[in-house]
Design a protein around this ligand. Structure first.
Ligand SMILES: [Zn+2]
Length: 571
């Protein structure tokens, strides 16, 4: 196979030679010789690069779930894990876990508009609005009043209720993005109620759609703002009219009929014609006294045709069984999917190859598997997961957490790689979700062995802690750790924090979820390899430990973990 030839005969490049300052760790087992070179197995940049080069090639068509490129990706990963000598990690000796999904696509032309008084404001899909449905219906017809719900948070534990007595049934809920205090000045009454700059779950669009559904709304639209969302309109509108959802084993609340984003300019126009000022409403919505209100004489109208497809995709799972406590599981994961094919860019490219996001993380998982498989067995099992459909809303990991192959209460930790930076070695590693779990102390110890330090993410308002697959496991109580190369500029050996921030700014602006997220021979993978090595060090340590890292005081996931404490030996 082409890819296997690619992965053989590589030049061994130890990290130590690359300025990452790596040293032998206190907990590593005796170095295990690499069979061909006599050197200990290490995370190798060449291998990371070669795996990404394959996964991000045109042949894989951007790895969208339910496409030939997706199928090819799953086959490639199975071949890789097989070659590394791992065992299938699914049920009954399977390498995969099926993830059945429903895909809906709003057909174009899609007609939507606001009518305010006698005037109508036409909404162009992808320019003014991005709207899709999770319902398997062939048509959608909405003509309903519009309710501005502010941030739409119902948070009794924070003494906050944006809804009051308003009845949302059958109506269209219009939300601000993020949570009520992210833009607040320190002296505003709301400051600190929602974690200050740190985004709480109330700030995520997923929460907003869930809350709208609980209240019987027909539709929910979130007003896009780049800073508050953490990404631009190009990202929010990159898959117009398309939605993918896991087929739930037990259907819960009826989902809303239509959901999506409204461009900030379109929202400002709407508010002006309804006699309001959007900027003024943004300030008002930060007040504890704010209550949702219906816009006078305004309706949202949609008349849409929808195609519905059943899609079957798969998570890929492999394992190294533990030598003495195999039922205690450490999990390391990344998502194999990317954005598939899109509109041609200026150079005519249509494949959105997701090279940094997250072919590189997936390559990291494979490299950790290779290095651990070459070493002595660990006492605990290590499960390697490559999730599908992360980009469609963390669906593969959600499906796993709904139906875990290894009980979540005996899963020691989940370590997730999602986007690694390719700008070179760094003096630090960025921590997402500071204060959540004791795993951040594990990360700090591992980083210290590389003469690196841990720096908390600099944009906690972006809510990255809720935007990667580790969150699906966290919801089930599993302590998690995420390394995400866009969580904050690393302090690069070459150029410092400024260069790290610049790399992220360029990546988000030009490449994130776009055709430009491609493999490059110019990548400097020393920093990425060092980050992958951090996870290997943590796995090595926890793999022979009886320790069960805990959630920290104040974490929203602590209580759920404690409910299952009886399932774990006390240590
Ligand atoms: Zn990703």
């Amino acid at each position: 196979m082409r890819q296997n030839a690619l992965l053989s005969g590589l030049v061994v490049m130890a990290l130590a030679a690359c300025g990452a300052g790596e040293k032998e760790t206190r907990t590593s087992p005796e170095a295990t010789p690499n069979t061909t070179t006599g050197e200990p197995a290490r995370i190798e940049m060449e291998r990371l690069s070669d795996i990404v080069k394959v996964l991000a090639s045109d042949e894989f068509e951007g790895r969208a779930p339910g496409t030939p490129g997706g199928t090819k990706t799953v086959q490639f990963l199975i071949e890789q894990f097989t070659e590394l000598g791992l065992e299938p990690g699914g049920r009954d000796g399977a390498w995969t876990q099926a993830v059945p999904m429903i895909q809906t696509q709003v057909q174009s032309p899609a007609t939507m508009q606001f009518s305010a008084g006698g005037d109508s404001q036409v909404l162009e899909m992808q320019t003014d609005i991005e709207a899709s449905t999770v319902r398997p219906v062939e048509s959608i017809a909405i003509n309903a009043p519009v309710v501005f719900v502010g941030f739409g948070a119902y948070a009794p534990e924070r003494e906050w209720d944006d809804y009051g007595d308003i009845d949302l049934r059958g109506k269209v809920a219009l939300f601000l993005v993020n949570d009520p205090d992210f833009a607040a000045a320190p002296d505003e009454p709301v400051a600190g109620r929602f974690g200050n700059r740190r985004m709480t779950y109330y700030g995520r669009w997923t929460y907003k759609f869930e809350e709208a559904a609980r209240r019987g709304a027909a539709a929910a639209l979130v007003i896009h703002e780049t800073k508050a969302a953490g990404y631009g309109w190009n990202v929010a509108s990159s898959s117009p009219g398309k939605n993918l959802a896991v087929v739930a084993a037990e259907p819960t609340d009826d989902p809303i009929t239509l959901q999506g984003w409204l461009h900030g300019d379109a929202a400002a126009t709407l508010m002006a014609s309804a006699g309001h000022d959007l900027d003024e409403l943004r300030v008002r919505a930060r007040s504890p006294e704010f209550e949702a209100f219906e816009l006078d004489d305004v309706a949202f109208e949609a008349d849409l045709a929808v195609t519905v497809d059943n899609i079957e995709s798969s998570n890929v799972l492999a394992k190294l069984p533990g030598s003495s406590r195999p039922d205690e599981v450490l999990m390391v994961s990344a998502h194999w999917d990317a954005y598939g094919l899109g509109e041609p860019d200026a150079e005519g490219r249509t494949v959105r190859p997701g090279a940094n996001d997250d072919a590189l993380g997936t390559a990291g998982v494979l490299e950790i598997a290779r290095v651990l498989a070459a070493g002595p067995p660990l006492e605990r099992s290590v499960v390697f997961a490559a999730w599908t459909a992360e980009e469609s809303g963390l669906l593969g990991s959600e499906a796993y957490a709904n139906d875990p192959i290894y009980p979540l209460e005996k899963t020691v930790a989940n370590l997730t790689l999602d986007i690694l930076q390719t700008a070179g070695p760094a003096r630090d590693v960025i921590l997402v979700g500071e204060g959540q779990s004791e795993l951040e102390d594990d990360l700090a110890r591992a980083a210290a062995t590389q003469d690196r330090v841990v720096t908390p993410e600099n944009l906690p308002e972006n809510g990255l802690f809720f935007r990667a697959d580790h969150f699906s496991l966290a919801r089930g109580g599993v302590p998690v750790l995420l390394i995400m190369g866009i969580a904050g500029g690393a302090d690069l050996v070459d150029g410092g924090r400024e260069a790290g921030d610049q790399w992220i700014a360029d990546y988000i602006e030009n490449c994130y979820h776009q055709t430009c997220d491609a493999w490059s021979s110019d990548w400097d993978l020393r920093g990425a390899a060092a980050d992958v090595e951090l996870f290997r060090l943590i796995l090595d340590d926890l793999g022979n430990s009886q320790r069960w890292p805990k959630w920290k005081e104040g974490s929203e996931f602590k209580a759920i973990r404690e409910q299952s404490a009886a399932a774990r030996p006390s240590m």
